[in-house]
Ligand binder design. Structure first.
Ligand SMILES: C[S@@+](CC[C@H](N)C(=O)[O-])C[C@H]1O[C@@H](n2cnc3c(N)ncnc32)[C@H](O)[C@@H]1O
Length: 297
């Protein structure tokens, strides 16, 4: 069995390496590897360098990915982003991929997960055919697939129509929606983690700014301010990819050997142990994903 030991050169880590080694396991230590997770959200591993606009924990560093990455050329062995690229306009996305290429060493791996446009389109067409027969189950699937295609691109408030849909009780075609969303469905329907007092404290600077904007702009323009803030918050989708266009985009900025891989399958040493695209029980975190890896020649 392969065993991944993070911090393998430290006191506890080196003991763990010896222990598993004595038991005949193949031990992989990751101390010397430099891994970068861009737009990590709440999905990060503490041994990686994790960047996001919003800080979900102390192991995350705030960075706007529209800016040049703050690392030297060839610094990382692995660059990864999951459900991030589609949040950028196509040209911005290409700029981000170029940055990924720059900070990767030669021979390093890029791994990208995005919602799979091809699968969405195929399921939409299937649901369209089914719903034309009048079958209520197909109609519910059709409604869901329309949300997957459009809601995250056009929404003007957080969660959009998708959130309202998954909060329906009972949830129409619940098994289908759960199979599309995976663990995301649990997250979307879970009560907020932090207390109302804590949430309102962290929202204080935005609240103060909005009050200033309200006084300065008046009602009509305040709506434009609110809309702009939301649309720039990193939540909306601005482009979509399939296995053809993602491979072309990666190769277009200099990567080679772009190939579709499974959620648990990777060239990255110890991948499954990081629990980024899979859960500890082995299930897939975001089953609607297209996973692709490529190397920097
Ligand atoms: C759909 S979430 C994906 C989060 C995580 N990677 C996952 O797979 O669950 C998209 C993430 O990209 C981040 N993001 C979007 N635009 C960004 C930007 N310009 N700079 C940094 N992070 C950004 C968002 O804050 C959010 O955490």
């Amino acid at each position: 069995m392969n065993v991944l030991v993070t911090g393998s050169s430290g006191l506890i880590g080196s003991e763990a390496v010896e222990h598993f080694d004595r038991q005949g396991h193949r031990v992989i230590g990751v101390d010397n590897l430099r891994f970068l997770n861009l737009g990590c959200g709440e999905r990060f591993h503490p041994d990686w360098v994790n960047l996001d606009l919003h800080l979900a924990g102390p192991a995350v560093r705030r960075w706007d990915l529209r800016d040049e990455l703050p690392f030297a050329d060839g610094f990382f062995d692995v660059v990864y982003h999951s459900h991030v690229l589609e949040h950028f306009h196509r040209a911005e996305g290409l700029r981000l991929l170029k940055q990924c290429h720059r900070v990767l060493r030669s021979g390093g791996t890029i791994r990208v997960a995005v919602p799979d446009l091809e699968r969405i389109a195929r399921l939409y067409l299937e649901a369209l055919e089914g719903s034309l027969t009048g079958d209520p189950a197909w109609r519910a699937r059709y409604e869901w697939m329309l949300l997957e295609m459009y809601d995250q691109t056009v929404r003007e408030t957080s969660g959009g129509e998708m959130l309202a849909y998954v909060r329906r009780d009972p949830l129409p075609e619940a098994g289908f929606v759960a199979a599309r969303l995976g663990g995301e469905l649990r997250r979307m329907t879970a009560p907020p983690a932090s207390s109302p007092a804590r949430r309102s404290f962290s929202a204080l600077p935005s609240f103060v700014l909005r009050q200033i904007a309200r006084l300065a702009l008046g009602r009509g323009r305040l709506r434009a301010y609110d809309l702009g803030r939301f649309r720039l918050s990193g939540e909306v989708h601005r482009w979509m990819y399939d296995r053809y266009s993602l491979a072309r985009s990666l190769e277009g900025v200099g990567f080679a050997g772009a190939e579709v891989v499974g959620a648990a399958e990777s060239r990255i040493p110890g991948w499954a142990g990081f629990h980024l695209d899979t859960e500890p029980d082995g299930s897939v975190y975001k089953p609607d994903s297209l996973y692709m890896e490529a190397v920097k020649p």
